[in-house]
Design a protein around this ligand. Structure first.
Ligand code: 4NP
Length: 160
């Protein structure tokens, strides 16, 4: 078994303006803290196309910035079938995102909270139509799951 030199991770939600850009920002920071930025590529996309080209939702950016995360440079894009060739790990935020990804590439995507099996939730809930606490919850869940995902990526870098 040879060692993987690089691992790429794509986070996917519905609009690519709330949950998946947050996961991209949180996970990229963890990768940098681990000194692995040269070996781990991180991106995000949405299953829908309504917000393509737009920055993240202002409420999400505000909540993220309170935790020291700047998401302002990110721009929404739609996921494509080619992403499954380009990315090693494709991570859905909820069951609906997973279903939509299954239609593109059966058996390829995983769920974000699979990396936090000790939590009771299985979905990172869509915060778009809710109140401010929804954005905090998104950050809380993603921060926990990002730890588990980093462990998985480190395993892949050690032996693949
Ligand atoms: P996201 O949130 O999937 O976490 O980016 C949403 C953003 C936009 C919409 C729904 C969810 N929308 O219906 O436009």
């Amino acid at each position: 078994m040879s060692e993987a030199s690089r691992v790429s991770v794509l986070f996917v939600c519905l609009g690519n303006i709330c949950r998946s850009p947050t996961a991209e920002g949180v996970f990229r920071r963890k990768v940098q803290e681990a000194g692995l930025e040269a070996r781990v590529h991180v991106d995000s996309a949405g299953t829908g196309d309504w917000h393509v080209g737009r920055p993240p939702d202002a409420r999400m950016m505000e909540a993220a910035s309170r935790r020291g995360l700047d998401l302002s440079m990110l721009r929404a894009r739609q996921v494509t079938r080619d992403d499954f060739d380009a990315f090693d790990v494709v991570v859905a935020m909820d069951a609906t995102n997973l279903e939509d990804l299954e239609a593109l590439a059966p058996g390829r995507a995983v769920r974000m909270l699979d990396f936090a099996p000790h939590l009771p939730e299985r979905d990172v809930p869509d915060p778009y139509y809710g109140g401010g606490e929804g954005f905090e919850r998104v950050l809380d869940l993603i921060e926990v799951a990002a730890e588990g995902l980093l462990d998985e990526v480190k395993r892949r870098l050690r032996a693949s």
